[in-house]
Design a protein around this ligand. Structure first.
Ligand code: PLP
Length: 463
C-alpha cells in the first residue's frame, strides 16, 4: 500500500530525501528550461478544512483553494467515503455505450442546474479536455451542417482555457505562447475586458461599448461564416480575476446569437459555488450559453473530472442533419468515470445542503475585508466577486502604472505570507485569493491580516 505520510511521522532525513526525490524525478507544471526536472519545491503533505500543512510542519490557509478547486475543503469525510465505496462497488466502466449509474444520476442533476436547454453532459478528465471537447464539438457540428469554413474561435487577451493543443491556443497571456506552438491561425483574440486597465478618461460604459464594438467589427471583417465559437470565462480567473463591465456578457451573447456563433462559457473556475451558484452564467450574469465547460470544483479536487454541458437544440439539430453516420470521433478512456461522478454527486449534496448558501452569505464580507487592503500604498486595486478576488499591486497609485516585471511582487508577497501562515497564488504583481467555500468570518480576518503583513513586508523591501 502507498505510504500515506503526515508531517508528524516524517523524520528530518525523510524530509530531505523527499526534497531530493522530487528534484530527481518530478517535473512540475510550467517549468522553465533552465530548471526543468530540478524545479520541484516545497511540499504540502496534509490538509484539513481550509488549511494545508507543509513538510516543515507549518499550517497554512489554502488561499487559492489549490488551483481554484478545493471548494468543500480538505479532509472531507463524506467525499472520502464515497471514493472508497464507489471504488469497491464499481471502480471503472467503459463509457462506450454502457453508462454507469453515477454518471447518469449526475448528468440529470447537472442538467437541472444548468441554464437554458443545456441538458446533456460529455464528461472529461479536467478543464483543458472539457474546453477541447467543446471546441472539437463546434468543429464537428459545422462539418455536419455543411459549413466547413465556420471554424474560427474568438477568445480574449488575458484568458486561460487549458494546456491541450486547441484549448492552449486560446490562452491570452504572452508567456503561454512565447515558446509554444499553437493553432494560432484558428484563433482571434479580442481585448481583455478589464475595467481597471481601460483607457484613461474613459467611462466603464464607454469601455463596454468599445469591447462590444470590437467583436461586432471582427465579425463583420472576418465574416460570420468563418467564426464558429466565442469562448469566455464569465470572470477571467488566471488573468487576474477580471470582472467584466456590467452588460458586457449579455451583449456578447446577443452578437453570438445574431451570427450563429456558439457561445462557450468556460466555467471551469466560476461553477460549483465559487460565485454562490452551481453555474454562474445565468444566475450571476444573465446569459444562457450554448455550451458550458466545467471541472475543478465539480469534485472539489478529490478526483480529476470535467465536462461540457451541451444545448439540447444543438444536439437535436445534429440528429436531424443529413449525416446520420457522421461520428463525433472524440472520447476519453476516463470519460464518465464512475468514481469521479460519484464524488461529484456527494460534492453536489454538500453544495446544495448548505455550502452554496454559506458561500453567498460570506462573500460580501470576504470582498469587503480584502478591499481594506487598498489603503496600502503598493495596492492599486482589490477586485472580485463571490469567493474569488485579486489584489493588484502597482508602481504608482496615481497613474496605476504597472511595476517592473522582474520585481515579481506576487512571488515576494507569497514568500512572506507562507512564513506567516497563508498560501497565495501569485500572478506577476497580483495575488489571487479563492479559498475553500467553507471559510468562516474569523478565518477571513486571519487571511486578510496575514496578507496585509505580507504586502507591507514586500513594500518595505522595495524601498
Ligand atoms: N479553463 C479555465 C477557466 C481554467 O482556469 C483552467 C485551469 O486553471 C482550465 C480551463 C484548464 O483546466 P485543467 O487545468 O483542469 O485542465
Amino acid at each position: 500500500m502507498a505510504a500515506i505520510r503526515n508531517v508528524e511521522t516524517m523524520s528530518a532525513t525523510e524530509r530531505l530525501d523527499f526534497a531530493e526525490m522530487a528534484k530527481g524525478h518530478l517535473i512540475q507544471p510550467w517549468p522553465v528550461a533552465g530548471e526543468i526536472g530540478a524545479e520541484a519545491r516545497g511540499g504540502i503533505i496534509a490538509g484539513d478544512g481550509i488549511y494545508v500543512t507543509d513538510i516543515e510542519g507549518r499550517r497554512l490557509i489554502d488561499g487559492p483553494a489549490g488551483m481554484w478547486c478545493t471548494n468543500v475543503g480538505h479532509g472531507c469525510e463524506p467525499i472520502a467515503r464515497t471514493l472508497y465505496e464507489q471504488a469497491m462497488t464499481l471502480s471503472y466502466n467503459s463509457p462506450w455505450y454502457t453508462a454507469s449509474e453515477p454518471s447518469v444520476r449526475l448528468s440529470k442533476r447537472l442538467a437541472a442546474h444548468a441554464p437554458g436547454d443545456l441538458d446533456h453532459v460529455f464528461y472529461t478528465t479536467g478543464g483543458s479536455s472539457a474546453v477541447e471537447t467543446a471546441l472539437r464539438f463546434m468543429q464537428f457540428s459545422n462539418n455536419v451542417f455543411g459549413r466547413p469554413t465556420k471554424k474560427r474561435i474568438v477568445a480574449r487577451q488575458g484568458g486561460y482555457h487549458g494546456s491541450t493543443y486547441l484549448s492552449a491556443s486560446l490562452n491570452g497571456r504572452p508567456r503561454d505562447h512565447d515558446w509554444m506552438d499553437s493553432a494560432g491561425d484558428l484563433v482571434v483574440k479580442l481585448s481583455c475586458p478589464n475595467p481597471f486597465r481601460r483607457p484613461a478618461g474613459q467611462s466603464v460604459e464607454a469601455f463596454c461599448d468599445m469591447l462590444v464594438e470590437e467583436f461586432s467589427t471582427t465579425i463583420e471583417t472576418l465574416g460570420a461564416e468563418t467564426i464558429g465559437a466565442f469562448v469566455a470565462e464569465p470572470i477571467m480567473a488566471s488573468g487576474g480575476v477580471i470582472v467584466p463591465p456590467p452588460g458586457y456578457l449579455t451583449r456578447m451573447r446577443e452578437l453570438c446569437r445574431e451570427n450563429d456563433i456558439l457561445f462557450i462559457a468556460d466555467e471551469v473556475v466560476t461553477a460549483f459555488g465559487r460565485l454562490g451558484n452551481i453555474f454562474a452564467s445565468k444566475e450571476v450574469f444573465g446569459i444562457e450559453p450554448d455550451l458550458i465547460t466545467f471541472a475543478k470544483g465539480v469534485t472539489s479536487g478529490y478526483f480529476p473530472l470535467g465536462g461540457a454541458m451541451i444545448s439540447a437544440a444543438l444536439l437535436a439539430r445534429l440528429r436531424q442533419s443529413n449525416h446520420a453516420d457522421a461520428m463525433f470521433a472524440h472520447g476519453l478512456t476516463y470519460s464518465s468515470h464512475p468514481i469521479g461522478c460519484a464524488v461529484a454527486e456527494t460534492n453536489l449534496d454538500l453544495l446544495e445542503g448548505g455550502l452554496l448558501a454559506h458561500a453567498r452569505d460570506i462573500a460580501p464580507y470576504f470582498q469587503a475585508q480584502l478591499k481594506t487592503l487598498e489603503d496600502l500604498p503598493l495596492v492599486g486595486e482589490v477586485r472580485g466577486l463571490g469567493l474569488m478576488a485579486c489584489v493588484e499591486c502597482v508602481a504608482d497609485r496615481e497613474s496605476n502604472n504597472p511595476l517592473a516585471l522582474d520585481l515579481e511582487v506576487g512571488k515576494r508577497i507569497d514568500a512572506h505570507c507562507q512564513q506567516l501562515g497563508l498560501l497565495v497564488r501569485p500572478l506577476i504583481h497580483m495575488c489571487v485569493m479563492s479559498p475553500p467555500l467553507t471559510i468562516s468570518r474569523p478565518q477571513i480576518d486571519d487571511l486578510v491580516s496575514i496578507l496585509r503583513q505580507g504586502i507591507a513586508l514586500t513594500q518595505d523591501e522595495l524601498v
